[in-house]
Ligand binder design. Structure first.
Ligand SMILES: Cc1ncc(C[n+]2csc(CCOP(=O)(O)OP(=O)(O)O)c2C)c(N)n1
Ligand code: SF4
Ligand SMILES: [Mg+2]
Length: 373
């Protein structure tokens, strides 16, 4: 391997390491003694965001609990690629539930721990978007409603990937899947259907709801750590890139997740008891085409028969998120949700990612962005 000089990264950059920071300010992943809850040797595709997100999230749970944790896992890619019988990549107590009952199994484990007087052991439930948004939704809503002491994590790759990329209730409008083909007058997935689970979770007024992506490791770790400071039901919704299902290059997984945030397509925020308490601001706003063009599931929007109406709908959805969550600094306060005015909109963890002057200068205002499209 050629000689590589040590790089002195700027504090607050997106890099994993930051080993020059004080120990308590470093990311969990930069610690050579991290738990590696999901260790190497599993069978995820190259560039799988789900594998990355799960390791980031559960390593952080392991760090804050001192390893006293149990996870339940719905069927889906995460379960299948990590535990081909008789092997496993999990280095924690981990149980495979059915496709639809991971939250109920997690609830049962939490109840058992309480009865045994082991409140120190914390419970995590996890599943894909199909397992969470669709078939497991009833169990999850019950877990929220009873305020069971579980952190539930949804790894959202926006379709049923494990069984061959079928549409789920989290598949976005216009996207191609095996069951939403790019044919007919409205190619790809229908608009106006599907569910927004972070908002549904908020409607249960549970102690904590957060969204995150694999593009921002520090924010993801922060959200997990924050969630673990609460008792009761907590929900984390992580957008995870899927090169196979999205038709994207493995090397672009982080880039695509970042573009999902910078377009406004995936709002990153946190909420306590139903109220938004913090959002991650967009550092450099970009039109949705930059995100879509990297994924073959949207190729039909740009081919011989371009689909300006669908592009318009996707941009409109992104713009709506930007307004709803105040993702740009120039969003008027009166358009932001209650409790999300200036102070709340820049929560403490934003300090880990200071805006630098270059990206500030590149940030577009709403008006100039309209002109740029
Ligand atoms: C009751 C039941 N129906 C269907 C299946 C088949 N099945 C297993 S995983 C899966 C899709 C998983 O999708 P998702 O939850 O989004 O996870 P991903 O694979 O995308 O990570 C399906 C349909 C099953 N195991 N059980
Ligand atoms: S199909 Fe997608 S989610 Fe499943 S292992 Fe491959 S990249 Fe990961
Ligand atoms: Mg999925």
């Amino acid at each position: 391997m050629p000689y590589q000089p040590i790089k002195f990264y700027q504090t607050g950059s997106f890099v994993v390491g930051n080993r020059l920071l004080d120990v308590e300010a470093r990311s969990t992943q930069s610690d050579p003694k991290r738990a590696n809850t999901l260790t190497s040797g599993h069978r995820a595709c190259q560039g799988c965001g789900e594998a990355l997100g799960a390791r980031y999230a559960l390593d952080t749970v392991s760090r804050v609990t001192g390893g006293k944790m149990i996870a339940s896992n719905a069927t889906g890619c995460l379960e299948v690629f990590s535990t081909p019988f008789p092997e496993t990549s999990w280095q924690i107590p981990w149980i495979h539930s059915l496709f639809g009952n991971a939250p109920a199994v997690a609830t049962g484990i939490a109840a058992a721990m309480r009865v045994k007087g082991r409140d120190d052991v914390r419970v995590v439930g996890q599943g894909g978007d199909g397992g969470t948004v669709d078939i497991g939704f009833g169990c999850l809503s019950g877990m929220f409603e009873r305020n069971d002491d579980v952190l539930y994590i949804c790894y959202d790759n926006e379709a049923y990937m494990n069984t061959g990329v079928q549409r789920s209730g989290a598949t976005p409008g216009g996207a191609r899947t095996a069951t939403t083909q790019p044919v007919g007058p409205h190619p790809g997935n229908e608009f106006g259907q599907g569910k927004n689970l972070p908002r549904i979770a908020m409607a249960h007024e549970i102690p904590y709801v957060g969204t995150a992506t694999v593009a921002d490791l520090r924010d993801l770790e922060y959200k997990v750590e924050k969630a673990m400071t609460f008792r009761g039901a907590r929900y984390l919704h992580i957008l995870v890139t899927c090169p196979l299902g999205w038709g994207s290059a493995s090397r672009d997984s982080i880039r695509i997740a970042r573009l999902a945030v910078e377009t406004g397509i995936f709002p990153v925020f946190e909420a306590e008891r139903g109220e938004v308490t913090g959002v991650t601001k967009i550092r450099r706003r970009v039109p949705v085409e930059e995100y879509l063009k990297l994924q073959r599931r949207y190729a039909h929007l740009f081919g011989k028969k371009p689909q300006p109406e669908i592009l318009h709908n996707i941009q409109a959805a992104a713009d709506r998120n930007i307004t709803r969550y105040g993702l740009l600094d120039d969003t008027p306060d009166d358009l932001k949700p209650p409790g999300e005015a200036k102070d709340a909109a820049t929560s403490g963890h934003d300090e880990a990612q200071p805006e630098d002057s270059e990206t500030d200068a590149m940030a577009l205002t709403s008006e100039s962005f309209e002109g740029a499209r």
